[in-house]
Design a binder for this molecule. Sequence first.
Ligand code: GLV
Ligand code: MN
Ligand code: MN
Length: 397
Amino acid sequence: MQPNPQRFLNSLHQLRSIGAVGKGVVRPAYTDKDIEARKWLAAQFAEAGLTPYFDPVGNLFGLAGDGPSLLMGSHSDTQPEGGWLDGAYGVMVALEIARAAKEAGGPDISVVSFQDEEGRYGVTTGSTVWAGGRSLEEADTLTASDGTSYAEGRAKMADLVSGDFLDPARFTGFIEAHIEQGPYLDTSGEHVGVVTSIVGIRDMRITLTGQSNHAGTTPMHLRRDAFQGLSEFNQRLNDRLRNVVLPETVWTIGHVSVHPNGSSIVPGRVMFSMQWRDGDSGRLAAMEAIIRETVAEVAEDRGLEVEFGQLLGLEPVAMDPRLQQALAHAAEAEAPGKWRRMPSGALHDTTSVARHMPAAMLFVPSINGVSHNFDEDTREEDLVVGLNVLARAVAAL
Ligand code: GLV
Ligand code: MN
Ligand code: MN
């Protein structure tokens, strides 16, 4: 099997141009640019001899042959300010492998771009629904931070839907290539990472409600300031979590909405996202208890009301040993001594897919460990090493 690096890079840059903003890309799930990219991808799949198939949530498959096939891919939606490679690399590298496999007379490689991996409406929503981790009815009620529902989001692609959800049993396994999005490979000068496991995550919206009031006349001791509550919660939480976490445990308040958001109004309500990740489900549960307890305490102290939103999450998952081994052999052949096995701190669609079939992941380095940022980048040489490792591993499998 002979993948064509130039053809792969050209396609990757073509995808980048849809929603490009400077060096980065803005293509969140179900926006016009995301849908435009999916239509373009469907045409690329067809040109490569794959049958494009949109499922009810907008996951786009490029199906090879009629029998069982190996599935490869990732996602083409982005964060609100996304890099050009997060997801896109895995989809385009998969397409190049599928093309090369066709030219070589086999094996059959199907390709996928999952929808809403970046969690505009939840956590890896498209692959989670496809894999049965959440029912479509439940998912439809999830909301984005702009208030729109998942049902409204996916309705924007309704005219493209090819049919019902595909049976995962038609695929023999799944391999997702991705940029590392962290600093380890770049710092060590290695070219690829063979992923051993993917962390688990919990994500919950929390609302603190006090009372909006005049910022000039309301004495400090009479205020029920929701933002001050959040600020104190954050400080107390950082102190308390330090006692239960590992160095690799992470937690983030990434979205905050202050109401009514005026400089002369004591904020009466604050809604924020609380997300935490760890490789151990027990530790995730212990953190949840501390989070709930700390919010409740702060609310009590400051006369605020608390509302906890739905707890979303994915469990930690180990990668399939046989697929990992195939990737490791190929990595050693393509980058001798310049690769490592490593866990993933980012979430990936592989977590969902692994419920149904052997699944594995390959990483290439991220320059300076930057991702979810317009500056995200990877050296071209490393993008191509990843392509060659995958081709070698797939041929061996
Ligand atoms: C997916 O992009 C994640 O948040 O890890
Ligand atoms: Mn991604
Ligand atoms: Mn991402």
